[in-house]
Design a binder for this molecule. Structure first.
Ligand code: ADP
Ligand code: MG
Length: 656
């Protein structure tokens, strides 16, 4: 069903949904919540605890007051519930003044902080009492949003879509609720039916139902993936671009300012063998962040180019592509390499783009670096011998298809920063051979970690200031973009404003998140990489591959909300030079369990080990909202978390 057939969705809203790639009810029902917010029962003010998220039912006892501090506007007023009084504060929302009335009775929900000896909520959500009563005790889904389309609007649309489709009958194969899994598998694995799973993932009954819904949907993703993979086949192809060893790579290795690690050398040797063998290379190199995968890729591309073929290097983001381009251009000049590189991204348009395409077609350029724009139609290579895909977790399937359409068969090298054990790699990567860089380059100082609660924040800010004054740069990570979705969770927008008001005015603060236009995002990342921004307040979009060696502090707010493997990836953004680097994991909702979990990061440097330990420590109720791996191929399944389901799916696909 087209999405406009759902109650309350017209053309305008449909256009917003389109931005989230949702065109029909099927897309909508597969648009899974990113997490769930558990609404607690109302508590009295005297029972509040700092750091907790809580709801209070109160009278507003004073009219709102608006003050300004630099660029920040602060609206505040008092409330009381007969058991105590507290303060309510809103930042940069002076317009709320008209909707706050002394004497009004309502519910506020937010994270409890303390100002002096008084409790306070910053930017709480306000509810009519009867509205909150309906929510208390339930888990509400939270969706990724886009400007103009809130999570609760999406929630409503999903409910209506589900109602409409279930009425239409889930037993028809054309229904988006139709169960495609064979019934013997459903029975054998004790899975929920598909329509039950969809209902519970969006409208959870209790926690157990939610867990079962998630299991079913994750299983299905793996099942379908493995099934498609098995259809692709695993036959080996003849090498269409056999190469010979060249002296350029030997010379480059000699000239590098560092010695390659034994693992880098071993992987490089394997790649050399692949490129010279009779069989087309299909190799995945996995290695933790900072293990030095880039130089291995550059060596492979150098060998390719010296053999007279073109090479391509694809990065997941424009910033990373640009950075690779600069690295390669710099090395070309410094070491006299035979590269003639060009940068090709979606942002390059018109005449410039045509000129680039022409030089790719004629073979004038021999190394093409860019984003997925490299595979778009109109890009015709003269003789592409090797394509390297960096930080891409789509396992090369898509690219292979894109190339097959172009009728070319380059050697394929994929770099991944989320190492997984061999058994899983063999299942998920199909016909890719896997090599692993286990060890880090020598001389890296271990990153110093600390796990703290909010009472440490002033010290943390002092530390940030000191780092900047010493000429270093800082990342601060918040879980969400603005105050819209999760109550009591730090967000990039307000946080960077508050930070500007708190830190010395000389410190240059930038902001980065996924809802910014890609061009703007690139610009900010570029400014940070060039040292024109001292402190970058960001969501986890910084997780992917960018190398800013001058950044020495990774400071994560609400660290308790992140999967440890993800924190480990974030940590990999610092410690990339010989300077001492640091991580601050700030627990906004501190607990012994959160602390114990986060301490794992201090004791291990192995991404997979960290994720497994994390799983062991967390209860099943914790699985929502905490994703371990940053990979994008599975929307609900998680390679780290669901390895058992992957094994099931493999076994079940094998039996049909
Ligand atoms: P990743 O594996 O995360 O892609 P990079 O390739 O970006 O890591 O490498 C991280 C940093 O380590 C870079 O600054 C790179 O120049 C440096 N590096 C790579 N290999 C070595 C080595 N063998 N010894 C010292 N430094 C190295
Ligand atoms: Mg990298």
């Amino acid at each position: 069903m087209n999405i406009t057939s759902i109650k309350g969705i017209g053309e305008k809203t449909a256009a917003l949904f389109d931005k989230l790639n949702i065109a029909d009810t099927g897309d909508l029902l597969k648009f899974f919540p990113m997490e769930y917010d558990l609404f607690g029962e109302i508590v009295t003010i005297d029972k509040l605890k700092e750091g907790e998220t809580a709801a209070v039912k109160v009278y507003i006892t004073s009219n709102p007051l608006v003050r300004r501090i630099r660029s920040l506007s602060i609206l505040s007023f008092n409330v009381s519930d007969g058991h105590g009084e507290m303060n309510i504060v809103y930042f940069n929302a002076p317009y709320l003044r008209n909707s706050i009335k002394q004497g009004e009775e309502c519910v506020f929900r937010g994270r409890v902080t303390k100002r002096g000896n008084r409790f306070s909520f910053n930017n709480p959500r306000k509810y009519k009492i009867e509205d909150y009563m309906k929510l208390a005790g339930t888990r509400q889904p939270i969706y990724h949003t886009t400007k103009g389309l809130s999570s609760s609007a999406i929630q409503k649309a999903v409910r209506n879509a589900y109602e409409a489709e279930i009425m239409g009958g889930a037993e028809y194969p054309s229904s988006p609720l139709y169960d495609t899994l064979p019934s013997d598998i459903i029975e054998k694995r004790g899975l929920m039916t598909y329509s039950e799973a969809i209902r519970n993932i969006h409208m959870p009954g209790d926690d157990e139902m939610l867990i079962r819904a998630r299991t079913r949907l994750a299983y299905q993703e793996f099942y379908e993936y493995i099934l498609n993979m098995s259809r692709l086949g695993t036959h080996k192809e003849k090498n269409p671009h056999p190469m010979i060893e060249v002296s350029d790579t030997v010379r480059l290795i000699e000239k590098l300012p560092y010695k390659l690690t034994p693992d880098q050398l071993e992987v490089w040797n394997t790649i050399k063998n692949d490129l010279t063998s009779d069989i087309r290379m299909m190799r995945l190199v996995q290695g933790d962040v900072g293990s030095g995968k880039t130089i291995v890729a550059i060596l492979a591309l150098l060998m390719c180019v010296s053999n007279g073929f073109q090479g391509a290097l694809m990065a997941p983001t424009e910033v990373l592509a640009m950075q690779h381009f600069e690295t390669v251009s710099g090395m070309t000049k410094e070491y006299g390499l035979p590269f003639n590189p060009v940068l090709l991204t979606g942002q390059i348009k018109g005449k410039a783009r045509n000129e680039i395409l022409e030089s790719v077609r004629t073979g004038e350029v021999n190394l093409i670096i860019g984003t997925h724009a490299l595979f778009q139609s109109g890009v015709d290579y003269k003789d592409l011998g090797l394509v390297v895909t960096d930080e891409q977790h789509r396992f090369g399937v898509l690219q292979r298809e894109a190339f097959a359409e172009k009728g070319i068969k380059p050697a394929v090298l994929i770099m991944s920063a989320t190492p997984i054990p061999r058994t899983l790699a063999m299942i998920l990567y199909g016909d890719l051979e896997v090599s692993t860089i286990h060890t880090m380059p020598e001389g890296r100082m271990p990153i110093k970690n600390c796990v703290v609660d909010t009472s440490y924040r002033p010290t943390a800010y002092k530390f940030v200031t000191d780092q900047v004054n010493a000429g270093n740069q800082v990342y601060i990570i918040c879980p969400q973009v603005d105050s819209g979705e999760l109550v009591g969770v730090e967000n990039v927008t307000e946080y960077s404003e508050e930070l500007k008001a708190t830190l010395p005015a000389s410190i240059r603060i930038g902001m980065l998140h996924g809802q910014m236009a890609p061009a703007k995002r690139d610009q900010v990342m570029d400014e940070f990489a060039r040292g024109n921004i001292d402190v970058l307040v960001a969501t986890t979009v910084v997780e992917v591959g960018v190398n800013v060696p001058n950044a020495t502090l990774m400071y994560v707010e609400n660290a308790e909300r992140f999967g440890l493997a993800q924190l480990h990836q974030l940590r990999g953004r610092v410690g990339r030079s010989d300077k001492q680097s640091y991580c601050i994991f700030m627990m906004n909702e501190a607990s012994d369990r959160a602390k114990e979990r986060l301490e794992i990061l201090s004791n291990s440097n192995d991404g997979f080990e960290i994720a497994s330990e994390d799983m062991r420590l967390r209860g099943p109720g914790d699985i929502f909202g905490i994703r371990q791996s940053g990979d994008v191929i599975f929307s609900i399944g998680d390679i780290y978390q669901d390895s058992e389901l992957i094994l099931w799916a493999k076994e079940d696909v094998g039996q049909i």
